[in-house]
Design a protein around this ligand. Structure first.
Ligand code: GLY
Length: 397
């Protein structure tokens, strides 16, 4: 593994290291301006993104001067429509709404997707926002259907939802990202749906808490299970630098996921876990002053690539967590999230208008060691960035 890392470290020596930004908590009036300016910018950027995305595809990234798109089975297919709904929520721009509706129409067929665990990202981030904003019952029926299919991947012998199918290296992988998909299950039960969805979500979260986390409150990316024996075979760091490292986006998914678990359950064990993850991130010696992490907290080649997506997800999660903690911790979390959003809004991370294929943020990392999506824009970075901005406006201004 070290030699692979060495190889990429050399190959990626050209990577942009964003210039340090002034890392001070922004004032309320700064944040008001920053949110408004970002939303106006994003509407224009997303017009470019729309024009570069065929009507039957979803945007995925922009690489070497070319737009890369995906089909709707790709795990990220819900983020582009979801981001459009956030933009519509703020701007009430009918053109943005029309584009969001067009993209939902091509995504709708994925409500029965069972190829992996990501139906929560795909359907809840898109149709969930559409329903929340419009109240259109047709959207709720689609989310309800998605929950039916989501739990077909629940494996009682390991008390978890299986993330990916068996492959050459992994028997029954469960990845930390799966915490995010639980929101759809909890929401459907909360809205009067089958209580079984909530039971499965809680069981999965409890298993994750027990098996994914290390004593320092960092998480492995993958826990691989033996389905027959119900035991853990191995714990590995698929997208991270090595098996004992802390992959940045995984830490952010966990922070967001356990904060969300507390929202639905009010169980203190989830809250305390989320607080511990937050402290792991914010007190990490390798977290830069602008609070946008490198792609892995233990990437041996630091400083090279940041992962703006991990920063955006963590910012949004910290803002929610700030709602549930005492004044001192709230100040710590909201201040850190404000710095993250401010950093992401700066030229170090945000694209120039009309560039970056129409995406808002630059400098994200999909899978560094596979040299896949390294130092590029990604749909979920934009999605959680806008979500964070809207959360800041709703709760702290
Ligand atoms: N869920 C896959 C990733 O975060 O890259």
């Amino acid at each position: 593994m070290t030699s692979t890392i060495g190889k990429w470290a050399t190959a990626l020596a050209f990577l942009v290291i964003p210039a340090a930004v002034h890392a001070q908590q922004p004032s309320k009036s700064d944040m008001r301006r920053l949110i408004d300016e970002n939303m106006r910018f994003a509407v224009k950027q997303y017009q470019v993104l729309k024009d570069s995305t065929p009507a039957d595809r979803m945007p995925r990234t922009f690489q070497q001067g070319r737009s890369v798109t995906s089909d709707t089975e790709w795990w990220c297919s819900g983020f582009y429509p979801g981001t459009l709904w956030y933009l519509y929520e703020y701007t009430k721009d009918p053109a943005v709404k029309a584009e969001a509706e067009r993209r939902l129409a091509i995504l709708e067929k994925e409500q029965r997707y069972t190829g992996n665990h990501d139906i929560g990202f795909m359907i809840y981030c898109s149709f969930g926002n559409a329903y929340r904003i419009t109240g259109d019952k047709r959207y709720k029926i689609i989310i309800d259907t998605a929950a039916v299919y989501q739990i077909t991947r629940y494996r009682p012998s390991i008390n978890s939802i299986q993330s990916w199918n068996r492959n050459k290296k992994l028997n029954c992988p469960v990845i930390i990202d799966n915490m995010m998909n639980l929101e759809q299950l909890l929401w459907v039960t909360q809205q009067g749906g089958n209580p079984r969805y909530r039971e499965i979500a809680l069981t999965h979260a409890n298993t994750t808490l027990q098996n994914h986390y290390r004593p320092d409150h960092s998480t492995f990316h993958i826990v691989d299970y033996d389905l027959d024996k119900g035991t853990v075979i191995q714990k590995v760091n698929g997208q991270g630098a090595h098996d004992t490292s802390a992959w940045s986006r995984g830490q952010a998914w966990g922070l967001y996921g356990f904060t969300m678990m507390y929202r639905f359950t009010k169980d203190a064990k989830y809250l305390n876990h989320a607080r511990n993850i937050a402290q792991f991130i914010l007190k990490h010696p390798n977290l830069p002053a602008d609070k946008i992490p490198y792609w892995d907290y233990n990437a041996p080649q630091i400083p090279t690539a940041r992962d703006a997506s991990a920063g955006a997800i963590a910012a949004s999660a910290l803002l929610e967590l700030g709602q549930y903690v005492d004044k001192k911790e709230k100040e710590q979390f909201v201040s850190a999230a404000g710095i993250m959003l401010q950093s992401l809004s700066s030229p170090a991370y945000r694209a120039k208008q009309g560039e970056n294929g129409g995406f808002i943020l630059q400098h994200c990392v999909g899978h560094f060691l596979a040299n896949s999506e390294v130092d590029v824009p990604l749909t979920y970075a934009d999605y959680y960035f806008l979500e964070g901005l809207l959360r800041y406006k709703k709760w702290y201004l």
